[in-house]
Design a protein around this ligand. Sequence first.
Ligand SMILES: [Zn+2]
Length: 422
Amino acid sequence: MGARIEVLGSGREVGRAAIAVWDGSGKAVLLDYGVNFDEEDRPLFPGHIRPRDLEAVVITHSHLDHVGAAPMLYVSVRPRLVATPLTLEVSRLLLMDMIKLNGPFLPFDEQVVDMMLDAAEAVGYDEEVEAGGFTLKLVYNGHIPGSAAVLVEVDGSRILYTSDMNTVETKLMGPASFEGLKVDVAIVESTYSAYTHPDRRETEERFYKAVREVVEAGGTVLVPAFSVSRSQEIISLLAEREFEYPVWLDGMSRQVADLYASHPEYLREPGLLRRALRDYRIVRGWSDRRRALKKPGVIVSSAGTLKGGPSLYYLKRLGGDPRNAVFLVSFQPPGTPGRRLVEEGLYGEADEPLKARLEWFDFSSHTDRNGILQALRQLRGLERVILVHGEYDGQQVLAREIQEKLGVEVHIPENGEAIPLN
Ligand SMILES: [Zn+2]
């Protein structure tokens, strides 16, 4: 078989990213190898690939749906692993945490994760890496600190895998920019293929105003947030505006924040996070959790969808008082307690009705339909687009729009499908 792109995961689904690019000689580079989780929280793995066929594995960022299955490839052989230093460090935290929570369902353990990270090469943006017949380059993509798109050159084709990307400026990140990049095939995330985010600056303003209102009226705001990037985004936003009431940070986000702060080169404005870590408080145990509830303030805590983590404890303590508030800052997938709270207003094991104020704010770190089109317009020589990491309905709408506006061919592969190059 000749050179081709094989979709092993994230075909017509969000998450579980896994894309193999094959050359004509039977060797491949693997771009991400992530997991999703089913309703019972068991991991769903991407399609199989033989580790010995791999010239390199590239991990684009430290989210489990991009890195969670990668240790499977390191049980017996050790293909090269390429990622930014920050991605490697945060991935280690996440993978060890996943083993703690899901260990019995995983075909690897802590030692394998360490073996994998021993095989890793920390690579910065725009550095060229030669791997067999492939040339790889990480490109800034605005998603989360340390994240990257990947440019792959093989057999005369130039392929850009955007991975998860963001095209607006956030507190932590600058926007993705692919201006002038010469690319034949773009493999593009399409999480929000049929959706337009509200204006980011307005969302930030609205969030800040609402937080102040609640706290100044004597309430406490619970912000359930993912420990990787969203929590740090929220505390940076509060620090930028010099929010002077107590802010508490709970869960793994604290370790992630420390890693971010130790790699300021990956932050748009590192002073914001530094200020937040100086002025705001870290929850170090149960006595801090009780202290955090004593005075009006803000508690930023994992999990972002209220599925486990200390946010459940806070919700139980805060949910019954209308002076308090729960401000959701992440997408709430169907089946999560966060979604149930939004749709039915109920929480906890006893199905209590929420009395605290509830609001949802769109702080997405994924671009939307307009952003995808804008990013594709920046590329030179584009001939084909492959949509991955999205729901099929929305992808079809976006595919038509890309065809009409850019005049290029668009594929929406299923998992297991291979698209020939050239
Ligand atoms: Zn991501």
